[in-house]
Design a protein. Structure first.
Length: 298
């Protein structure tokens, strides 16, 4: 008898594999120290590695594409779509919400849709993820703009407070944020929120969503925490192409920022493959539709 059944064989909930398609110079901790001209783009290299990993395990995913990437690399958007994955919005220029106002954010969304239309001839995006998980209590106004611009779900809430981002006390599972309190569920809320994976032990929360947390945590702890979540609800993982590209340029950062940005980059593809082999992954829209949170796309 198998003493360690996989979540799929045990009938556990599916998961959403998500990838924020940005280049190495876009992240908040790097942008002030680098320019696009300071090193070669790695977004194609990293995304190709991700697509190959998904194809190997016959898994589908959601790609939150930055409009700047769609404009520079339209062939990459077409490759993601041709592989049968979901396309969604990561903004246009990777500006966090706290650096924008309502109309500035609206302009970003419309510029993104223009870039996607240029790349594909249409824009199928239903979902949004804010750069740097910058949706918090101070930027909750963005949900109204998303609804007005035709988006139906969001995955920007990091449900615990971290150094740069996060919403303390936010639900760990799928919910509809209230207009008066981003951490409160309101059945009439305009946008469905699908937070990234955070585990819990009593009152304590453990971030296991991906990125730095996937890189720094030992795999047995990562797996045990995700197994615990999968027994209860669907979960979301995320990674970036620059984390999957061995040739990623490195810039001089503070010790803390360098640790967050560059620690264990060499472990990413190995851990990703083990996760893709263990869990049943699909797109965010598929999970939200399957669990009755969204209607089927037209």
């Amino acid at each position: 008898m198998n003493a360690d059944p996989s979540p799929a064989s045990a009938g556990w909930h599916p998961a959403a594999a998500t990838f924020d398609i940005e280049d190495w110079f876009h992240p908040e901790l790097v942008r002030a120290h680098a320019s696009a001209a300071a090193g070669a783009s790695v977004v194609r290299e990293g995304t190709d590695a991700i697509l190959a990993a998904l194809a190997k395990r016959s898994q589908r995913a959601t790609f939150f594409v930055l409009g700047d990437v769609a404009r520079r690399h339209p062939e990459l958007v077409r490759a993601i779509a041709a592989a049968g994955h979901e396309l969604a919005c990561h903004g246009m220029t990777h500006q966090p919400l706290w650096s924008l106002d309502r109309e500035g954010f609206r302009a970003e969304l419309r510029a993104f849709r223009g870039a996607m239309n240029d790349a594909l001839g249409h824009d199928p995006s239903r979902g949004f993820r804010a750069p740097t998980f910058s949706l918090d209590r101070g930027t909750a106004w963005a949900l109204d703009v998303l609804r007005e611009e035709g988006f139906t779900y969001d995955s920007s809430v990091f449900p615990m407070r971290m150094r740069l981002y996060g919403v303390a006390g936010a639900p760990l599972g799928i919910y509809r944020p209230g207009a008066a309190d981003l951490a409160a569920h309101d059945p009439s809320g305009a946008i469905v929120e699908f937070p990234v994976a955070v585990g819990s032990v009593g009152p304590l929360r453990l971030p296991v969503a991906g990125g730095f947390y996937l890189r720094v945590l030992p795999f047995p702890l990562l797996r045990a925490t995700l197994d615990g979540i999968a027994r209860q609800r669907p979960f979301v993982l995320y990674l970036h192409p620059w984390e999957c590209a061995p040739s990623v340029p490195r810039v001089r950062l503070s010790p803390a920022d360098a640790f967050i940005t560059y620690t264990n980059l060499g472990s990413v593809m190995r851990k990703l493959d083990r996760l893709l082999a263990r869990y049943t992954f699909t797109t965010m829209s598929d999970i939200l539709e399957r669990y009755g949170h969204l209607g089927r796309a037209a």
